[in-house]
Write a protein that binds this ligand. Structure first.
Ligand SMILES: [Zn+2]
Length: 373
């Protein structure tokens, strides 16, 4: 599936006061009503300054997704409205309306690792929330969600999905690929457009769903806790610290400016939580390893590996899982107080005979950091 969501289709320079129809993304299928419609991809993008109203059907041949910025939207930052949407998942026409009203909402169009301007500087992608620290809302998260609606998918309350609400994940990929459909989304897209080939790919994810009640049939995602010491795991995976370290948790609740760091000595046990996204078309077995790095990039020749790692864990094709694991802290160099970032590495292999791909791996920093004792 070639669903690129890299923001290039959106003309940022055009921030009109009046509603305009400034993006037209055309998808190609063999025919909207043909049983041979087994694939779809965006083949052309056109821009227009024609008036845009989300309730206007712009026609359906060839199938098209019409993206427009509008000055007001009741109760939403972006919505998708279908027209002539036929059973069998053939898209005829979809309108995505995005609210452009700086008095109530500012979009941030780039990624967390980019500079977003004064008060909107680079952020750690593995800790980024739905809004950046300066209060701008990350556009790509909302746009990915709406694009999946436009391809016929509904809200998801039962899986890790871009059709959840809340802090959906950026993963360790080049900028254009950091926001990508999650495995449950990919599985639905593949079931609708089954011409796709096989794939072997995993990602470390630092969000999970179930943080609060959710709404409109969409579960709410939250950012997973920061690795920390503690006698046991904190009950919720969404607390600030993963360990049931009462002092840390209490301090954090009392003062928001406390850095999310925990002081560790060699031999201490670090409670961690992480999620694994298996985009693969095969069941996999994966193992998780924890490195301690002076920066936020994994360098296996310099970074210090924990002496603990997980057993091989099974995960089905197109599935995600959240795990907790206790890693022993290795001997770390540097003076007392030296900061290290916990970086989780996954190595996965296919669990199926005749797999079309070799072992695959991924890594990402986990939230927070630790300091040496
Ligand atoms: Zn939605």
């Amino acid at each position: 599936m070639g669903i690129g969501v890299n923001g290039r289709n959106i003309r940022q320079g055009a921030r009109p006061r009046v509603a305009v129809h400034c993006g037209r993304v055309q998808t190609t299928q063999i025919h909207p009503f043909s049983s041979r419609s087994t694939w779809a991809r965006i083949t052309a993008t056109e821009q227009s300054t024609d008036p845009f109203d989300k309730d206007t059907s712009f026609g359906s041949s060839p199938p098209a997704i019409h993206v427009g910025f509008v000055s007001s939207l009741p109760n939403a930052a972006a919505v998708t409205k279908p027209f002539v949407f036929t059973e069998g998942c053939n898209i005829a026409s979809m309108n995505i309306a995005v609210k452009l009203d700086p008095s109530t909402l500012n979009w941030r169009y780039n990624t967390p690792v980019d500079d977003g301007g004064p008060n909107h500087g680079p952020e750690n992608y593995w800790e980024a929330q739905q809004y950046d620290a300066g209060g701008f809302r990350y556009f790509r998260i909302a746009y990915q969600h709406e694009l999946l609606h436009a391809f016929g998918l509904d809200h998801d309350a039962d899986d890790l999905s871009f059709l959840n609400y809340g802090n959906r994940p950026w993963v360790n990929r080049p900028a254009a690929d950091m926001i990508r459909p999650l495995p449950a989304d990919v599985q639905l897209l593949r079931s609708r457009y089954p011409a796709s080939g096989s794939r072997g790919e995993v990602a470390v994810v630092t969000t999970w769903f179930g943080d609060g009640e959710g709404s409109n049939g969409a579960a709410n995602q939250g950012t997973l806790c920061a690795p920390s010491t503690g006698a046991d795991f904190a009950e919720s995976m969404f607390t600030t610290y993963c360990g049931s370290n009462a002092i840390l948790q209490t301090l954090r609740q009392a003062g928001a400016s406390l850095p999310v760091r925990t002081n560790v000595c060699a031999g201490d046990l670090l409670r961690t939580r992480f999620a694994v996204a298996n985009y693969s078309t095969d069941d996999i077995e994966y193992q998780a390893f924890l490195y301690f790095s002076r920066d936020t990039e994994l360098d296996e020749t310099e970074d210090v590996l924990s002496p603990s790692w997980t057993d091989a864990i099974d995960l089905g094709d197109a599935n995600s899982a959240v795990r907790r694991f206790t890693f022993e802290v290795p001997e770390l160099g540097g003076a007392a107080g030296t900061e290290y970032h916990p970086i989780l590495k996954l190595i996965a292999v296919s669990d199926e005979a005749g797999a079309q791909w070799a072992a695959t791996s991924d890594w990402s920093p986990l939230p927070g950091s630790v300091t040496t004792c």
